[in-house]
Design a binder for this molecule. Structure first.
Ligand code: HEM
Length: 326
């Protein structure tokens, strides 16, 4: 999975954004539909994180679990595993079968363009500020991918510069440091300014008063808004709406060093007596996932299990969600 110094949780969250970001409520095309599978080679999708994430999710893909559902689930697990809020998720998305339009926000875009690109996926200006502050609370910028933002050699040991002072914690330091003027966010300060690529600054000041980013200085409010914005992000589903049922991953709010995925797929008919069974039987579309979380010492175990009887596939993978050693 991730290489030295990389943070898988951050890559998963960013994958969801890049998949959803090209959607348009005006054309009705795109949203969280896994079209990113066909868009990896685009300059706006620079970085190995997307293909690594999708390759990992492929292990869990089946005729009953779409890639886009897996992207949504991964957003929730990644957020929680870094100490963030529970992001409720629904299952039942349909995957795209071809690339969608271009148009993922890029650092060199103007503030006006960011606002327009956000409106295109139904986020107003305040919601845009919140979504991006929440997205950028984990992870950083690679010199190799964005040299005008992080000049090569300037961020040892991995040439990977954190956006806030807590690179693998889902906390509100990004907002606190920005408002207090001591941010080291390479997309707000430093070489990105002269290069016109200080996109976090352009975004965080887009409401004209900085009221949104200031409000995020309250940790509880930050957590609430991140849960809401991430749910909104993974529910930008513009094709035929098929989302079925809401889940909350009740992981404990503990920051762990690895995530263990365990999946069982069972194949006999559903028991109509169960609530899930009735739902599937009525709708006859993609089944809802039952997600059970077991906490083992230092490890999150995520059980993705379909409510069926005969075991046809079993998969057990453990990956580091936080730093792998340099
Ligand atoms: C105006 C919109 C945005 C712009 C211009 C932008 C730009 C960037 C850039 C340039 C990077 C560095 C990537 C690299 O070096 O490979 C990055 C990282 C990241 N972005 Fe954004 N981003 C935006 C919005 C978002 C949103 C909405 C989310 C999620 C909700 C998000 C999540 C992330 C994450 C988690 C990382 C860290 C990735 C890692 O450490 O591997 N971004 N972003």
């Amino acid at each position: 999975m991730a290489g030295p110094g990389r943070i898988t949780a951050a890559e998963w969250i960013r994958t969801a954004f890049h998949d959803m970001a090209t959607g348009s409520v005006f054309t009705g095309i795109g949203g969280l539909d896994a079209s990113l599978m066909f868009e990896i080679a685009r300059p706006e999708n620079v970085g190995a994180g997307f293909s690594d994430a999708l390759a990992f999710f492929a292990n869990f893909y089946s005729s009953r679990v779409s890639v886009s559902d897996l992207i949504a689930i991964s957003t929730s697990t990644a957020t929680r595993s870094c100490g963030g809020p529970i992001v409720p998720i629904r299952a039942g998305r349909k995957d795209a079968t071809a690339a969608g339009p271009n148009g993922t926000p890029e650092p060199q875009n103007s503030q006006f363009t960011f606002v327009q690109q956000s409106q295109r996926v139904d986020f107003n200006t305040s919601e845009m500020v919140e979504l991006i502050a929440c997205g950028h609370t984990v992870g950083g910028v690679y010199a190799a991918n964005f040299p005008p933002i992080v000049p090569p050699g300037s961020a040892p040991p991995n040439d990977y510069k954190s956006v806030d002072s807590t690179i693998d914690r889902f906390d509100n330091r990004i907002a606190v440091e920005f408002v207090n003027g001591n941010t080291t966010d390479p997309m707000s300060v430093g070489p990105s300014i002269a290069a016109g690529r200080n996109s976090d600054f352009k975004v965080f000041t887009a409401d004209g008063t900085n009221a949104t980013i200031k409000a995020l200085m309250d940790p509880a409010f930050f957590a609430d808004r991140c849960a809401a914005m991430f749910q909104q992000m993974v529910e930008v589903e513009l094709q035929e709406l098929s989302l079925l049922m809401l889940f909350r991953l009740t992981m404990s709010n503990q920051v762990t060093c690895s995530l263990r995925f365990f999946q069982e797929v069972r194949a006999s008919p559903l028991q109509a007596s169960s609530e899930f069974g009735q739902l599937f039987a009525q709708r006859r579309i993609l089944p809802v996932l039952i997600l059970c979380i077991r906490i083992v010492v230092g490890t999150l175990v995520v059980v993705v299990q379909l409510p069926r009887q005969r075991l046809v596939r079993q998969l057990d993978l453990t990956i580091p969600l936080h730093f792998t050693p340099s």
